[in-house]
Design a protein around this ligand. Structure first.
Ligand SMILES: Nc1ncnc2c1ncn2[C@@H]1O[C@H](COP(=O)(O)OP(=O)(O)OP(=O)(O)O)[C@@H](O)[C@H]1O
Ligand SMILES: [Mg+2]
Length: 412
């Protein structure tokens, strides 16, 4: 069975390295999550050991992958609500793993043996969505040459995943509200009222409260859907999860016949300093690209085709890069001019002070991420850390994780 899903190939090398048996969920395409047993890779075990986590299962079991408090909280919410029929509203930026969470909820529910039916409300034209969701009778409209069951019927007994719910037209919002409230629907062109036994999970990458405030989304439907909210953190807000995610994504690559991608420490530092506007999907795509283009050797920063976050983008931690800040003004093109006072100056102290000033600005602009600040100053990350250590005003709190190189300056 493993081989059928292409999982076995990636299990052998990790099993050989030893570790405790864990259960993971895999989300490939439209297939439901597959539960398999494998041994925790040595690297994950060592991450767990470093963190004082006795049980590597804690950081591996289920979806979404990660060990930061934000993602552990998400897993906790999934565990809490999965066995109930409560409607769940999953929100989060694109690529944060909303569909994976919906599948995990289904897999952990008593409905797991019944269908998981996803519908992308944003991808189906408004005029077709009603028949797509509720089905139609033969002759209900031009082109309805035969009866067709809709997604609500197909999901009977299981879970209906309404993705990109904010894109739904006002008319369809009214129709959906009725099903959510009364748990009945009619096929287009029929008066027969059909009961629906479906658990609804909806997802959006917009702030639905704002859509309600702007009058684009019905408040009554919002409250009906938002019974149990789960908000997925952006990857830039859980950079410490990068090593585990890379491990997980490597397993998936290997299972599809791609080579494993190994990042050098400086490359990992680059990844840690990046804003990931496309979140885990962007990381996944990046790794696939690298697996194809640069197989068989450790990846250096020069190999990384990272696109810089656009200024004033949604990448919140980097919003300090806005041009409007006076301290961020473009530096003069020519040499920096410092007046020499009549009494002279201490050259060493003056240069040190200018240097510290620039480091402060770079650290502010990069929101405390050393790797990012080092890039701005065109120095090695280790050089920058050394320089900050020498600053008598500050001490560097060594990063939240050695691989991601996040560090914060703390006033002494
Ligand atoms: N925490 C995670 N652990 C492992 N894989 C993840 C995680 N989050 C996302 N992924 C992977 O990233 C990809 C994107 O995830 P998914 O399609 O669920 O995102 P999404 O939030 O639904 O995005 P969109 O809003 O663009 O539809 C998938 O291949 C998924 O398996
Ligand atoms: Mg999605």
């Amino acid at each position: 069975m493993f081989a059928k899903h292409g999982v076995l190939a990636c299990l052998r090398p990790t099993a050989a390295r030893g570790g405790s048996t864990v259960t993971v969920a895999s989300h490939a395409g439209d297939k439901p999550p597959i539960r398999v047993c494998r041994r925790a890779p040595a690297r994950i075990l060592s991450i767990a050991a470093n963190d004082g986590i006795d049980d590597a299962n804690e950081i591996l079991i289920g979806h979404p992958t990660g060990r930061t408090p934000a993602i552990c909280r998400v897993r906790e919410l999934i565990r809490q609500v999965a066995r109930f029929d409560s409607t769940v509203l999953i929100s989060g930026e694109s690529g944060t793993g909303k569909e994976g969470v919906a599948r995990e909820l289904h897999a952990r529910s008593s409905r797991a043996a019944k269908p998981f039916v996803p519908v992308n409300c944003g991808a189906i034209p408004a005029e077709l969505l009603e028949s797509e969701l509720f089905g139609h009778e033969k002759g209900a409209f031009t082109g309805a040459v035969s009866m067709r069951r809709g997604r609500f019927e197909l999901a009977q007994g299981g879970t209906l995943f309404l993705d990109e719910i904010a894109e739904m037209s006002p008319l369809m919002q009214v129709k959906l509200l009725r099903v959510v409230q009364e748990r009945v629907f009619e096929r287009v062109g029929s008066c027969d009222v059909r009961p629906c036994d479906v658990r609804i999970v909806a997802a959006t990458n917009r702030r639905l409260e704002e859509e309600v405030a702007a009058g684009r989304f019905r408040a009554d439907l919002y409250y009906r859907l938002n019974v149990f909210p789960i908000e997925l953190p952006a990857l830039r807000n859980r950079r410490d999860d990068l090593p585990l995610l890379i491990e997980e994504l490597n397993l998936r690559l290997q299972s599809r016949g791609y080579p494993c991608v190994q990042f050098s420490s400086p490359a990992l530092a680059e990844l840690g300093g990046y804003s990931w506007p496309g979140n885990v999907r962007e990381l996944e795509n990046l790794m696939e690209r690298i697996a194809v283009s640069t197989p068989g050797r450790p990846i250096t920063p020069a190999d990384l085709p990272l696109r810089q976050p656009p200024i004033e983008s949604a990448a919140a931690p980097f919003s300090a890069m806005s041009d409007s800040s006076p301290e961020l003004a473009t530096p003069p093109a020519g040499p920096l001019e410092v007046a020499l006072p009549p009494e002279g100056l201490n050259l060493r102290e003056t240069l040190a002070s200018i240097e510290q000033n620039l480091i402060d600005v770079a650290m502010t602009r990069s929101n405390g991420v050393v790797a990012h600040a080092a890039r701005l100053l065109r120095v090695q990350r280790t050089t920058l850390i050394e320089k900050m250590r020498r600053d008598p005003r500050c001490r560097v709190e060594s990063g939240t994780h050695p691989d991601t190189d996040e560090a914060s300056l703390v006033e002494a």
